[in-house]
Design a protein around this ligand. Structure first.
Ligand SMILES: *Cc1c(COP(=O)(O)O)cnc(C)c1O
Length: 366
């Protein structure tokens, strides 16, 4: 047996430890997970109702074309229905883009460090990844432009960038798209768009109307609080959406996901409340980091990357013993930084209390 050469070096995804296991191993009664940018307030009660109402349909295949949801999303954004596609999370749209666009030897450009799925899926298809280092935690747009060649197929912009949380404004993204040659597809991954309160976030619908070679990725996993249902979407030019549809599996999103997403999309109040609570959480955490003399990147999603000035892996372990799961990844190339999801007010306060203790326990120059 011989798997294809370009996958044999790939690591198998390491999921975080289940919370119940963490509790048992460390003898904790309460564990707070601020590691995966999930919504601390769950999902809209209307989405819950929609899931329950669909239980009797569990034996029936879902609507493969997600027609009702497609109509609702198209109407929500003022685009045509043939400009919208759904995936099992926006992760699957990234996979489908790679599958539809890359042949071995194609080039693709992404930041380092950014969301890992761009590189992962590109490598599976044998594309050559050109990784452009971040500048002050943000994409170096000039350097990314300079890296484009006639072999470049896709450029990935994660905005806000995961894991740093930094953002590019409408003006910056527009100028970037103007400079990108038309043979290159630009993916605007906007998984955290609904959290934005900066007033400068790209009007990306205007951008895709202006630039045929741009596609937006959004998800119901983050502010909508439906991560377990696996549903996300892409909006772009009908030709690009058609190419993705040609490689899509017939029943790639579930009936539960479609129904819940439809209900969640209509519950504006829930989204507004979550956005507001998140903005307050960012203000609170930023203020506490300042008090602790820790620098952090300006946060535009529902997470913050902070420099704990100590080995991040040790701070991670220390926080874990106190029942707080955050994120640290040696692969980031940021040994003293951790990423924390903005929780509820109570969770944020517990995190800060635990962090203060952790900073006292972990020596600065270990
Ligand atoms: C969470 C996330 C996604 C995708 O999440 P799905 O659950 O697959 O929809 C995509 N991009 C970024 C940057 C993310 O953080």
């Amino acid at each position: 047996m011989q798997p294809k050469k370009n996958i044999v070096h790939l690591p198998v995804y390491k999921p975080g430890k289940p919370m119940e296991e963490v509790k048992r191993e460390l003898g904790l009664t309460e564990v707070i997970k601020l590691a995966s940018n999930e919504n601390p307030f769950g999902c809209s009660p209307k989405a819950k109702e929609a899931i329950i109402a669909h239980v009797d349909q569990a034996s029936i295949y879902p609507d493969g074309g997600a027609v009702e949801l497609t109509n609702a999303v198209a109407e929500h954004f003022g685009v045509e229905t043939n400009q919208v596609i759904f995936g099992a999370g926006s992760d699957e749209i990234i996979l489908m883009l790679a599958r539809a666009f890359f042949v071995p030897g194609d080039e693709t450009i992404m930041a380092t460090t950014t969301f890992p799925q761009y590189k992962h899926n590109a490598e599976i298809e044998g594309a050559v990844c050109i990784e452009v280092p971040l500048k002050d935690g943000a994409h170096d747009l000039q350097a990314m432009l300079a890296a484009i060649t006639e072999r470049t197929k896709i450029v990935w912009l994660c905005n806000p960038n995961n894991p740093t949380g930094t953002m590019h404004s409408h003006q910056e993204v527009e100028a970037f798209l103007k400079a990108v040659p038309p043979h290159v597809l630009v993916v605007l991954d906007e998984a955290y768009a609904e959290y934005n309160v900066s007033g400068e976030y790209p009007d990306s619908i205007a951008l895709i109307n202006q630039f045929k070679n741009a596609i937006i990725l959004r998800t119901f996993s983050k502010i909508y609080g439906l991560a377990t249902l696996r549903i996300g979407y892409g909006i772009g030019h009908a030709d690009v959406i058609r190419s993705i549809n040609q490689v899509r599996e017939p029943f790639n999103t579930t009936g539960f996901a479609q129904k819940a997403a439809l209900a969640a999309l209509k519950d504006n109040q829930f989204i507004e409340d979550c956005r507001e609570a998140n903005a307050q959480g960012i203000a609170y955490l930023s203020e506490q980091f300042k008090k602790l003399n820790l620098s952090y990147y300006p946060a535009h999603g529902n997470f913050i990357m902070v420099d704990v000035q100590r080995p991040g892996a040790q701070v991670f372990d220390s926080l874990l013993c106190k029942g707080i799961i955050i994120r640290h990844d040696a692969g980031w190339g940021e040994p003293t930084k951790i990423r924390v999801t903005v929780g509820s007010r109570e969770q944020n306060e517990k995190f800060i209390a635990a962090l203060e203790k952790a900073l006292n326990e972990v020596p600065v120059e270990a």
